[in-house]
Design a protein around this ligand. Structure first.
Ligand code: NAD
Ligand code: TYD
Length: 339
């Protein structure tokens, strides 16, 4: 029997990287292609253990490069595409929105067009709950798949635009698709510009941790391994054309997250520094995951077990994040923060 071919875009990044490893190990009968441009957020050292596997291939390419993407699709005739590649950091989208439209909107359109040319079984678009905008602090309200799309940041607007294109290619061209919208991920290989890895790395280095505004904004935290199992399920069992929200009931204020990390590492809360708030800072995200649970998904991590595992991972893998924060990251940090 011929092996199924799975293209993962953005597989050198945080979530895509974890997903590539999950799939390479779980499905030796698939051939997994990791396509990534290796921007500042992409790194291949994480794949050292799988790079010699017969069922893993890396392709360095830009998803906005129509010619390259079309010829790759023509040659390989993928069965599945799982699309993670994106610009993913809200703060960077506030400073420089253009690259977000370029990569997230136009890049997705190129992949959709290329997928339309071949007989693809599924295009799974990995999106975010941020496309729904923000919730207020009423703890009984949640995002469902029917919540109107109302993005507030250039990042979430670019993701919402790509979601709408994916939906339109399904409606217009019958392209088999699913869209997943997940809450904030955390776990191994998370780039230290995002709240949790930024806090862990700075606390370990006894540096101040910048908390935006009053620290009361709420996020719903999802361990990346639970996200990988959700995508696996939707890829294989998701009903054609459907959207699935991924996350659930792990809501914490940013201050609670930062304090948990500080106390786990046995450091002082004096490291917390309240800084000027993010522009358009969404108050609260929270997901109702009922639809995905009905498909058969259940998370295996609580925030308590997940953050303990994650902190331990950062303690055990200092080489990985120390190398990252010693490079271009320093310039970014100095421009972004005044502490
Ligand atoms: P990331 O920033 O860690 O990784 C993005 C990857 O995409 C990098 O490896 C980068 O090199 C690659 N890339 C960027 N531009 C490219 C281009 N033009 N061509 C090819 N590759 C390119 O992102 P992440 O946190 O792993 O997020 C992955 C996906 O999940 C994104 O689509 C994001 O919107 C979505 N998402 C993330 C979160 C989260 O908490 N991190 C939450 C919800 C949804
Ligand atoms: P982030 O990790 O950037 O994810 P997102 O904006 O996609 O939710 O931020 C998570 C929360 O933490 C968000 O409310 C902003 C806040 N935050 C800080 O307070 N300080 C920081 O330095 C960063 C990066 C984020």
């Amino acid at each position: 029997m011929e092996k199924k071919k799975l293209l993962v875009t953005g597989g050198a990044g945080f979530i895509g990287g974890n997903f590539v490893q999950y799939m390479v190990n779980k499905y030796p009968q698939y051939i997994i292609y990791n396509l990534d441009l290796l921007t500042y957020a992409g790194d291949l050292t994480k794949h050292r253990e799988i790079e010699q596997n017969d069922n893993y291939h890396f392709v360095k390419a830009d998803i906005t490069d129509r010619e390259v993407i079309f010829s790759l699709f023509e040659k390989e005739k993928f069965d599945y595409v799982v699309h993670f590649a994106a610009e993913s950091h809200v703060d960077r989208s506030i400073t420089d929105p253009g690259i977000f439209v370029q990569t997230n909107v136009l890049g997705t359109q190129v992949l959709l067009d290329a997928s339309k040319q071949i007989n693809i079984s599924k295009f799974l678009h990995v999106s975010t709950d941020e496309v729904y905008g923000e919730l207020d602090f009423d703890p009984t309200t949640f995002f469902t798949e029917d919540t109107p799309i109302m993005p507030n940041s250039p990042y979430s607007a670019s993701k919402a635009s790509s979601d709408l294109l994916v939906r339109a290619y399904h409606e217009t061209f019958n392209l088999p698709i699913n869209i997943t919208r997940c809450s904030n991920n955390y776990g191994p290989y998370h780039f230290p510009e995002k709240l949790i890895p930024l806090t862990i790395s700075r606390v370990l280095n006894e540096q101040k941790v910048p908390v935006y505004g009053d620290g009361k904004n709420i996020r719903d935290w999802l361990h990346v391994y639970d996200h990988c199992s959700a995508i696996d399920l939707v890829l294989h069992e998701g009903l054609d054309g459907e959207v699935y929200n991924v996350g659930g009931h792990n809501e914490l204020t940013n201050l609670e997250v930062v304090k948990t990390i500080i106390s786990t590492l046995g450091k002082s809360e004096e490291l917390i520094e309240f800084v000027v708030d993010r522009l358009g800072h969404d108050k609260r995200y929270a997901i109702d995951p009922t639809k995905l649970e009905q498909l058969g998904w259940n998370p295996t991590y609580t925030f308590k077990t997940g953050i303990a595992q994650t902190i331990q991972w950062y303690l055990d893998n200092k080489d990985w994040w120390e190398q990252i924060i010693s490079e271009e990251y320093q310039n970014y940090f100095e421009k972004q923060y005044t502490i």
